[in-house]
Design a binder for this molecule. Structure first.
Ligand SMILES: [Zn+2]
Length: 229
């Protein structure tokens, strides 16, 4: 738990982007709206790789991924994974589940992976995943007592679904849907090394950026991963 003085401290989030377009103004409006104590800066890959280095890790408190980057060098994989395993909390949004087709440790970090091609992982063969844009569907809260989903009730969202993606055994599901074009688990939490990680599949475009339930989820996800530090 945070003490009173820690609770009033700003939570500085670093949003990693790159590799996928998005509506920046509306996305930034969402980030600004979360809470007065949550501040943000955006860093775009590939130049954002430097922010994972030890000398830059004290410049932010929580990583938020909204990138779909694919290329990474051997040296970058180590700095990237170490940053998180050594304790930098992480919230992963939407197309960041689709990043790094050729770096399986990333799939272990986030506990999920959208496969663009047939892929064998941990002895199982996955077919290419699929997506559908612009669907209204129901989001079910699995445990209203979880800190990420507390105060939320099941809600409807207008977003893109992904189907067939890998979800790691042993994650704690936070959100599910019965929408047939989606994998059933659409939000989860796990740890990677010393860091808490929350993954939210939603977040394609403006209707979700403006969805009050999604904003509350994102705020509480950031607070939850941060409070595990
Ligand atoms: Zn999308």
């Amino acid at each position: 738990m945070l003490s009173a003085s820690e609770a009033s401290k700003p939570i500085r989030i670093l949003v990693i982007t790159g590799g996928h377009d998005y509506n920046k103004d509306e996305f930034n409006n969402m980030l600004s709206s979360l809470a007065p104590e949550i501040t943000y800066q955006i860093a775009e890959l590939p130049s954002a790789f430097k922010m994972f280095r030890p000398d830059n890790r004290n410049k932010y408190d929580v990583l938020v991924f909204y990138h779909m980057w694919q290329t990474i060098s051997e040296e970058q994989t180590k700095v990237f994974a170490d940053c998180i395993s050594q304790g930098k909390p992480l919230v992963v949004l939407h197309h960041s589940i689709c990043a790094y087709d050729n770096w399986p440790e990333y799939w272990n970090i986030i506990g999920g992976k959208y496969f663009h091609k047939e892929t064998t992982f941990k002895g199982k063969v996955y077919q290419p995943c699929s997506y559908i844009h612009d669907l209204h569907f129901n989001v079910k809260i699995t445990n209203p007592k979880n800190p990420v989903t507390k105060g939320l009730q099941d809600f409807e969202i207008f977003d893109e679904t992904y189907k067939g993606y890998y979800v790691e055994d042993g994650v704690t599901p936070l959100l599910t849907t019965n929408e047939p074009s989606s994998t059933p688990i659409i939000g989860w939490t796990k740890t990677y090394g010393k860091a808490r990680v929350v993954v939210l599949q939603s977040g394609h475009d403006v209707p979700t950026f403006e969805n009050p339930s999604f904003r509350k989820l994102l705020k509480q996800a950031i607070e939850y991963v941060y409070s595990g530090k």
